[in-house]
Design a protein around this ligand. Structure first.
Ligand code: SF4
Ligand code: SF4
Length: 537
């Protein structure tokens, strides 16, 4: 297999090579994972994968719907449609993005401050293809070559040197899925430029112009949600069955009779979960129900199509899908007449509904949207929920979902809660708005086609794993000490679950994970036995 490694230039994206830059140099993890043998290897890619898709960037495949053309005509048509889409990105009609996109293209000082801010670039020990400004540079040079007079006539002499062919376009598309859209780089840039936005614009071009997006995000994501109500495939009857099952489980585990209020009109709060919680972590919606019931909040869940899954994968790749889902969620809330929507433990739903949707819906169609975190902090602060912190007397650390802290500035209420209920709470370094992404942001958490799960678990999540190990210090390797990573976001939780499983962390070192409401319920004074299974005999 021919490979071209390191010291790459943007123009190399068009160069023929089976793998342009294989992942062969990862940052060393802290002890005990610094020794050979404790880290799982990469899954061996199959030749067939590369023959059908683009595995030539780094050996991984995110875009499982991007197929190699079989004829010259197909390739030419692909290039033509890409260029048409590229031109549109820089037109006024690309209203929300054209200005920051154009600024990022024009004013980059190449200072590389953004590189050291990026957990993926750092995890891969400075691999050029993961440099935040690299994909922007490729896009800039492609645009210049085809849409500026100097680029058209002087080409390579003015830096318009990336040839636009199937390979370079496909690699660019793949590279947009080597970015978690966490925008830590944008926060660090002294010029205020946003390479995360550039990655999303490339994804948008691929989806909206070429009809190419990862299956778990589009066909089994937004399309499924719009058709049946949830990206999990959970239909209304299945939801109602699941809720009944969770009610029975609450009674069995806690002795409490808690009923989920469903489709209650004019409630103060419509709680919108990530529906993945109902399937993968039913203890999370159960914990919400226990807390809201005990605090006497007037709340409801919706069983309407688009009313019980707060996710909106459009936020990661496609403005049209983003708008369809956000407006449908508002419609459900309007119809129920609730005072506000409260978003549960899902980071990207916070951003999609709390930030993006506000700019997509007409003023009369909107319903106020809040995060669950300030509401929970208020219930703790005002004594409507009473705790016995001794019940949570074990090392606890907090992962900050990027969308909650960096996008929405919700930083202190979650700390106020944990400091009140968990005596051994300690921060990760860095944290708050400077947090590192879990590595599962922007769809990675649910993308497992081919070998992409390996990229997430070993590369994009690497920095987060390092932070978890360091947060527990010497206690990390002591299996007699139970430890807990609080991750108040479904996608982050799924990613942390996979790291802990892949690296056998729970099995060997007794490290567990869960949501914020879960540890709150575990610490409730009124609970007769631990809510966490790992604390029960
Ligand atoms: S948005 Fe995040 S993952 Fe993407 S380049 Fe910037 S720092 Fe890296
Ligand atoms: S920090 Fe900003 S100006 Fe510096 S290289 Fe990155 S995008 Fe360019």
């Amino acid at each position: 297999m021919s490979t071209t490694t390191k010291h790459l230039k943007p123009r190399d994206m068009a160069r023929s090579a089976d793998v342009l830059s294989p992942v062969d140099d990862l940052a060393t993890l802290p002890a005990p994972y610094d020794e050979n043998g404790l880290e799982p290897g990469f899954k061996e890619p199959k030749e067939q994968w590369a023959a059908e898709h683009c595995a030539s960037l780094d050996g991984f495949i995110a875009l499982d719907t991007l197929k190699r053309p079989e004829t010259k005509e197909e390739e030419d048509e692909f290039v033509r449609r890409f260029l048409a889409g590229l031109e549109k990105l820089f037109q006024d009609a690309n209203r929300n993005a054209v200005q920051p996109l154009a600024l990022t293209m024009e004013y980059c000082a190449k200072c590389n401050t953004c590189s050291s801010a990026c957990h993926i670039y750092e995890a891969a020990n400075g691999d050029e293809i993961y440099r935040p400004s690299f994909r922007a540079d490729v896009l800039r040079r492609m645009y210049k070559r085809h849409f500026t007079p100097s680029g058209k006539y002087l080409g390579n002499f003015v830096g318009a040197d990336v040839e636009v062919n199937w390979e370079s376009i496909a690699r660019l598309g793949e590279s947009a899925y080597r970015c978690n859209l966490c925008r830590r780089c944008g926060q660090a840039c002294p010029m205020g430029l946003d390479n995360g936005l550039v990655a999303r614009e490339i994804r948008k071009l691929f989806s909206q112009e070429l009809g190419i997006a990862p299956t778990p995000v589009h066909a089994k994501g937004t399309e499924l949600q719009l058709r049946v109500g949830s990206t999990t495939g959970l239909t209304r009857p299945a939801l109602l069955d699941t809720l009944e099952f969770i009610e029975e489980d609450i009674e069995e585990q806690t002795g409490r009779k808690v009923k989920f209020p469903i489709d209650k009109e004019s409630a103060d709060v419509l709680l919108l979960h990530n529906a993945g919680e109902f399937i993968a972590w039913p203890e999370n919606p159960a914990a919400f129900a226990i807390l809201l019931d005990e605090a006497g909040v007037n709340w409801t869940l919706s069983s309407e199509l688009m009313g019980y899954d707060g996710v909106n994968y459009g936020a990661w790749y496609d403005d049209v899908q983003l708008k369809k889902i956000a407006t449908a969620q508002f419609e459900v809330a309007k119809k129920l007449g609730v005072k506000r929507i409260v978003v549960g433990e899902c980071g990207h739903a916070h951003k999609a509904l709390g930030v993006s949707a506000d700019r997509l819906a007409e003023s009369g169609d909107k319903v106020p949207v809040e995060s669950f975190i300030p509401l929970m902090a208020e219930l703790v602060r005002t004594g409507r929920l009473k705790f016995d912190p001794k019940k949570n007397d074990f090392p606890v650390t907090l992962h900050d979902p990027c969308n909650v802290v960096r996008q929405m500035g919700i930083v202190m209420p979650q700390r106020e809660i944990l400091k009140a209920i968990a005596p051994q709470f300690r921060e990760m370094t860095p944290h708050g708005v400077d947090n590192y992404c879990c590595g599962g942001g922007s769809g990675f958490a649910i993308m497992n086609s081919y070998n992409f799960g390996d990229f997430r678990n070993k590369v994009s999540s690497r920095k987060k794993f390092e932070q978890i190990i360091n947060a527990f210090g010497d206690e990390f390797s002591n299996p007699d000490v139970v430890k807990f990573v609080c991750a108040p976001c479904s996608n982050c939780k799924g990613t942390i679950r996979d790291i802990l499983k892949d690296f056998k962390v729970t099995k060997n070192y007794n490290v567990h994970y869960g949501g914020l409401v879960d540890i709150m319920v575990n610490g409730l004074a009124s609970m007769e036995r631990p809510y966490f299974e790992f604390l029960r005999d």
